[in-house]
Design a protein around this ligand. Structure first.
Ligand code: F6R
Length: 611
């Protein structure tokens, strides 16, 4: 929800913090701030501004105005207290001695605030974070680490914290529980950050903090402690992707860049897993016997990752004949799910940090399920808490609206369905080989769709003024419609809904009137005739229909739809992975034509680490 960065070294801290924050803005962008130790006055200097990071950066001339070699910075997505200068982080203790940046939510902050107020501590902001700063000062008697330890025993909720104290300007203290935080190991300098991208310009050597851990950063090194304050050693991993992967590289928007990167991302994700006529999952650790005794599969995820699960259900049930339930991360915990040791729980998450998904994972584990996660961010919390992880290898995804993570998740889940079917003996060898061949064709076919993006841009120019758009489809096309509709609404702010076509006549059709735009998805051959009937049905009520179908059906569809987008014919298993491309492009161009802030849509953040 928010982005944290901290630096201690020999260079000027503020420009490093501001540059680092610019890479974390996808996590929140309603206000930003930095706190640095000002050696001349011997106190902390704090600067905060409501609005995009650019506002703060301009005020501080990119950080050049501040003379200091240690500091923490924050980019905020408001939860407690509206976006304002006062509510921005860093939050300070009453004397200005302690500065805190925080990602997460302190659940018992009202109670703690009441306690501090009863002791005469005044509060200036509406944030839960100020309670942490004030509480540290309340317990502080010259030993910062001990004061932080006492605070941690009292606060409840999720937090990643970066803490500066004016009395000990040679250190930053950081803490993590249920919110991501990494440590960066440099030469004569060290870092904290919510995400690797913030510090990759300075170091590739990072450690992932675990829940309950503390770290004390100095210029010379980083000391880490477990929740009992016992010193621990942390593994240091080397990040092997290039900074370019997290930069726009000449594209106007990250979202467009990431749409265009999909064929390559799929090659990275799939090619090591398809070898010698087999689906190969070296990272798959379930025994043959376990697979044979699996009685149920749950897929748990949020947002677009949930939509991947919706497609996955069709594939897994069809191929393995094992019943599959798809649950929203936010619902799973409260639905009394039927999970036992024979249940495979597939957790899907790009960020690997989504709090609802993480909570569902823990609940599934508590009930005895085996947790297999499909994750993009290496070393993320969900990846680390799973029994096994399949990484999508999509590379860093910066735009808030997911694109390449969605397609890689979907392709990987589809390949997993095929792999399980082979192990269970529920797919004939000929069909298996046909499907495997389709995976190999997928990246090239995707390139073909992308090369025809001008057609989609033209359709967007015809329809971008609509204020309400319906997506309809059956079976796989319904699941695809959910994603197409979400993509459109989240970045263009057009009201949009997705319906299973067969449901139209049960109520929704009353909303169709002259000129209503209906995006009719009809890629599945076996349901083409039924899809045509639904198009006729909405046309009869005055709808304009923009259809999506496969090339071999274009002509037929052109007779009734007003406009037709196409994808190359491909095996059913991969239709949604290919079919989503025109829908992503359509959403992108529509948002562009409406002048929307595509990479940072209002009210949204990339990583949702609060409930
Ligand atoms: C939509 C989008 C979100 C995410 C959702 C889950 O474009 O990106 O709906 O899919 O917030 O995020 P992850 O996959 O990181 O758990």
């Amino acid at each position: 929800m928010c982005g944290i960065v901290g630096y201690i070294g020999k260079e000027q801290a503020a420009p490093i913090l501001i540059e680092g924050l610019s890479r974390l803005e996808y996590r929140g962008y309603d206000s930003a701030g930095v706190a640095v130790f000002d050696a001349e006055s011997g106190s902390l200097a704090v600067h905060k501004a409501k609005g995009r990071l650019q506002v703060l950066s301009e005020q501080l001339h990119g950080g050049a105005d501040l003379d200091s070699t240690v500091g923490v910075g924050h980019t905020r997505w408001a939860t407690h207290g509206a976006p304002s200068d006062i509510n921005s982080h860093p939050q300070m203790s009453r004397s200005g001695k302690i500065a805190v940046v925080h990602n997460g939510i302190i659940e018992n902050y009202t109670e703690l605030k009441g306690f501090l107020q009863s002791k005469g501590v005044p509060f200036v902001s509406e944030t839960d974070t100020e309670v942490v700063a004030q509480l540290i000062e309340y317990f502080y008697d010259g030993d910062l680490l001990q004061a932080v330890g006492r605070v941690l025993r009292r606060i409840q909720g999720a937090y990643a914290l970066g803490i500066l104290c004016a009395d000990c300007p040679d250190r930053i203290v950081s803490v993590r529980k249920d919110s991501p935080l990494i440590l960066g190991w440099g030469e004569g300098c060290n870092f904290i950050a919510s995400d690797v991208t913030a510090i990759l310009r300075h170091t590739r050597r990072v450690s992932y903090m675990e829940d309950g851990e503390l770290a004390v950063l100095t210029r010379e090194g980083i000391r880490c402690y477990n929740h009992l304050m016992q010193p621990i050693d942390k593994d240091v991993v080397t990040i092997d992707w290039e900074m370019d992967a997290a930069e726009k590289g000449g594209y106007e928007h990250f979202m467009f860049k990431e749409i265009m990167e999909q064929p390559e991302a799929l090659r990275r994700c799939l090619s090591p897993r398809i070898r010698n006529g087999e689906a190969v999952f070296e990272d798959f650790s379930l025994s043959e016997d376990y697979v044979k005794t699996m009685n149920r599969i749950y897929i748990v995820a949020c947002g677009s990752s949930y939509h991947v699960g919706m497609v996955g259900k069709y594939h897994l049930e069809r191929l393995t004949r094992i019943p599959v339930e798809v649950a929203l991360g936010s619902e799973f915990r409260y639905m009394d799910p039927i999970v036992d040791e024979h249940t495979l729980v597939i957790v899907i998450s790009q960020s690997g940090e989504t709090l609802d998904t993480m909570a569902a994972l823990r609940e599934a584990r508590r009930l005895g399920g085996h947790i297999l996660s499909i994750v993009n961010v290496v070393g993320s919390s969900i990846a680390r808490e799973s029994d096994q992880v399949l990484y999508t290898w999509a590379g860093p995804e910066i735009a808030v609206a997911t694109t390449k993570a969605y397609t890689t998740q979907l392709a990987l889940l589809s390949l997993l369905a095929l792999f399980l079917a082979k192990r269970l003996g529920t797919v004939p060898e000929g069909d298996f080989q046909a499907m495997l061949a389709a995976f190999k064709e997928l990246p090239d076919k995707m390139e073909e769709v992308l090369s025809r993006r001008d057609d989609i841009q033209y359709f967007a120019s015809q329809y971008f003024h609509h204020n309400s758009i319906f997506f309809i489809g059956r079976n796989l096309d319904y699941a695809l419609g959910l994603e197409g509709s979400l993509k459109l609404k989240e970045i263009s702010y057009i009201h949009s809904e997705a319906y299973a076509s067969g449901e139209l006549k049960h109520g929704t059709i009353s909303l169709i009137e002259d000129g209503t735009l209906v995006v009719a998805l009809s890629t599945c051959d076996k349901l083409f005739a039924k899809a045509m009937s639904n198009v006729v049905e909405v046309k009869a009520r005055g709808a304009s229909v923009l259809a999506l179908t496969v090339e071999s059906r274009k002509e037929e569809m052109s007779h009734i739809a007003d406009a037709v987008m196409t994808i190359p014919d491909i095996h059913d298993l991969l239709l949604p992975t290919l079919g989503v491309i025109p829908l992503q492009l359509f959403a992108y161009y529509v948002a562009l034509m409406r002048g929307c802030d595509i990479d940072k849509p209002r009210n949204l953040a990339k990583s949702v680490t609060v409930e």
